[in-house]
Design a protein around this ligand. Structure first.
Ligand code: PAF
Length: 168
């Protein structure tokens, strides 16, 4: 299993893959729920890429961001044990070369439920997922059902922007 820290390296690896590619985006601190998404992707695709990136723009509180657990070794072991082929773990700067100038926004569902109490949260989620999908270009991307509002917003974004990735 390989780990890539730059967009250029991940793109080169992705381009060389022949068959279907599944993608599991995460912020690390992987648990059995992530493992089951990775295992599903492994069953349904020829290769599986897992991203580990603590996305700063989806935190409305800097203390929560700084306290977010970082467990690279345990995460790497779990991806390996679940059958993943590669980890994409970019730096903050690598993912936001624009210096946080561009965002993807949704004006309805994202303002309600969890979004009502966390202003800007889904804007950050949609922005980073759009970036990740654009870098990885997966056939299928897997998201936990536990975050159903997030799932609906990402699925809606994929349809709104005519992305070729199926949101699973
Ligand atoms: O659900 C998560 O872990 C995050 O919101 C995601 C989709 C990886 C984006 O940072």
């Amino acid at each position: 299993m390989k780990t890539f820290n730059t967009v250029a390296e991940l793109r080169a690896f992705r381009t060389a893959l022949g068959g279907s590619v599944g993608f599991v985006p995460t912020m690390g601190a992987l648990h059995p729920g992530h493992a089951s998404l990775i295992e599903r992707s492994v069953r349904e695709n020829d290769a599986t890429i897992v991203s580990i990136y603590v996305n700063p723009t989806q935190f409305d509180n800097v203390v929560d961001l700084e306290k977010y657990p970082q467990l690279p070794e345990a995460d790497s072991e779990m991806v390996h044990a679940s059958g993943g082929d590669a980890i994409f773990a970019p730096t903050w700067a690598e993912m936001y070369p624009d210096g946080f100038a561009y965002f993807v926004d949704e004006t309805g569902l994202s303002q309600t439920l969890c979004g009502a109490s966390r202003p800007g949260h889904f804007r950050g989620v949609l922005t980073v997922v759009m970036k990740l999908l654009s870098i990885v270009r997966p056939d299928r991307a897997y998201f936990g059902e536990k975050d159903y509002q997030q799932y609906l917003l990402i699925d809606g974004m994929a349809k709104a922007f005519h992305l070729e990735t199926a949101i699973v």
